[in-house]
Design a protein around this ligand. Sequence first.
Ligand SMILES: [Zn+2]
Length: 118
Amino acid sequence: MIWLARIWAAVRKVVSRWFETELRTYRVEGDTLPKYIRPNQLIHLVDDGESWSAAFMCPCGCGDVLEVALIKDARQSWTLSVDTENRPTLHPSIWRTTGCRSHFWIRKGHIHWCGKTG
Ligand SMILES: [Zn+2]
């Protein structure tokens, strides 16, 4: 029944792609972001071997793409760590001063909201 297991694995792969709520880190070489970012993707831009930035869809669902700097000499920079399951942790928290004004942490691929009501 190897074929059945293969089909099941393929189905699970497709389904999890749509229902996955945990963020996964995708390393992208260069300085340009992909055209489309899935809600469960965190793009880790690496240019010349140096972590450049991290980009992801705003978890509130407003549709904005958020990009934070990872380079140390940026005025405001974040630290990205990725665990063995490719789940990202960002430090410090993300606090948008424009748009939806979301304030949240990303820890091990999960969104932790900070005092946002409603
Ligand atoms: Zn938002």
